[in-house]
Design a protein around this ligand. Structure first.
Ligand SMILES: [Zn+2]
Length: 396
């Protein structure tokens, strides 16, 4: 049913700020958005809903999460808090392999229940779209299990979920050569055949995949019509961000060790550069130079990298606050990074932005100032979340 939301104190589209706004929605998309008094006659006869002089923001888009996982890494968190590094924990057989074992053991139903509860927390925090990766299954059957969990979340929850196949690490019981062979000749074609992922991501770093291995996986993904993205320049500089830019990829994520050369390649190709502030801060890495990246023409996005090890972060607003405080972005830029740019990192130009034709996904803020959730740390003044113009209850 068409509907006009009226009495909006202010809205960030996010490229533009409009005060005293009205928003017309039809067929789950934005029909019109502008200053209330300018509402065209056409829409004045539509049913109206008074927003109560509250502010509105676009629904947030978290373009990088590992939301499907089982087990607990609380003990590792304690060790890291005492000074152990991620690399030390990984090389002593801990870290990601703990999650792999627990995720392999868990059934599809168990993983679904765990991920569903996490997705609800994100919904309450204003996140209407999430990218979800596989990557803790490692073996083909468990990678497929994770992707089937994501498909089930997509079918049963109101949020929008975008699935990605992740080449995370080489399992201990495989040789590099044979795992790469299996991943490229069996797993990618099967995932494509079943329609279980839109993109393939590679963790290209120390302890994971090399640049040459990453390139090979990307070539296979592209041959199968899947998009590509990469975990790049996090622990060591690998050149993966330049590679993904040159191969027309969606995004290079992390970027703690990235350089001007990398930013210029990303800017030239339009590949999004995604900061993951949770992992940067928890692993005590240098914060990506977001101000310089933005000024070099990179489309900078911000995401949570939610995962049980290096970023148990459930809040996009906190990720954006860190990008402001430590990355030098303005509040307006951080908002763009967490909505429009992060949607572009998923090739979803009709999400993360409120403009005619875009999906009517938005957050109603409890207050007249749209920046309140970026101002208050650990405080989420969210009155309601709408997806496709429908009010969504986080308790469902
Ligand atoms: Zn990640």
């Amino acid at each position: 049913m068409p509907l006009v939301f009226t009495n909006i104190s202010e809205v960030y589209t996010p490229m533009q700020r409009i005060t005293g706004a009205a928003l017309a929605v039809k067929d789950s998309r934005v029909a019109w958005l502008g200053s209330g008094p300018n509402l065209p006659d056409l829409y004045r006869s539509w049913p109206q809903q008074d927003i109560g002089n509250r502010a509105v923001l676009p629904g947030l888009v978290d373009s990088h999460t590992h939301l499907v996982w089982a087990g607990s890494r609380v003990d590792e968190y304690r060790r890291r808090a005492k000074g152990s590094s991620y690399e030390e924990i990984l090389s002593s057989g801990g870290g990601i392999y703990n999650t792999v074992t627990a995720t392999q053991k868990a059934s599809e139903d168990e993983l679904y229940e765990l991920a569903r509860e996490r997705a609800k927390i994100f919904l309450r925090g204003g996140v209407t779209t999430l990218e979800l990766k596989s990557g803790y299954g490692l073996e083909a059957e468990h990678e497929l299990k994770m992707l089937k969990v994501i498909r089930r979340l997509k079918e049963t929850l109101p949020q929008r979920f975008v699935p990605t196949l992740l080449a995370h690490v080489i399992p201990h019981n495989w040789s590099r050569q044979s795992y790469l062979e299996m991943f490229s000749t069996e797993l990618i074609p099967e995932v494509k055949r079943l329609g279980l992922a839109e993109a393939v991501d590679v963790f290209c770093d120390q302890g994971a995949f090399s640049l040459a291995e990453t390139k090979r996986i990307f070539e296979t993904a592209l041959e199968h019509g899947l998009k590509i993205k990469v975990h790049a320049e996090q622990l060591k500089h690998s050149g993966a961000s330049k590679l993904v830019a040159e191969m027309g990829g969606l995004s290079a994520d992390h970027l703690e060790q990235s350089t001007l050369d990398d930013w210029q390649a990303l800017a030239k190709s339009g590949t999004v550069g995604t900061a993951l502030p949770g992992a940067t801060v928890i692993l005590k890495k240098p914060f990506p130079k977001l101000r310089a990246m933005w000024d070099a023409g990179v489309k900078v996005a911000v995401a949570t990298d939610h995962n049980p090890g290096s970023s148990p972060l459930y809040s996009m607003f906190l990720a954006m606050q860190l990008a402001i405080a430590l990355g030098g972005l303005s509040a307006e830029e951080a908002l763009i990074a967490g909505s429009k740019h992060s949607a572009e990192a998923l090739a979803k130009s009709d999400l993360g932005t409120l403009k005619p034709g875009a999906k009517a996904d938005f957050i109603v803020i409890e207050g007249t100032d749209a920046m309140l959730p970026l101002y208050g740390w650990g405080y989420q003044p969210i009155h309601a979340v709408y997806i496709g113009g429908n009010k969504i209850s986080a308790s469902t």
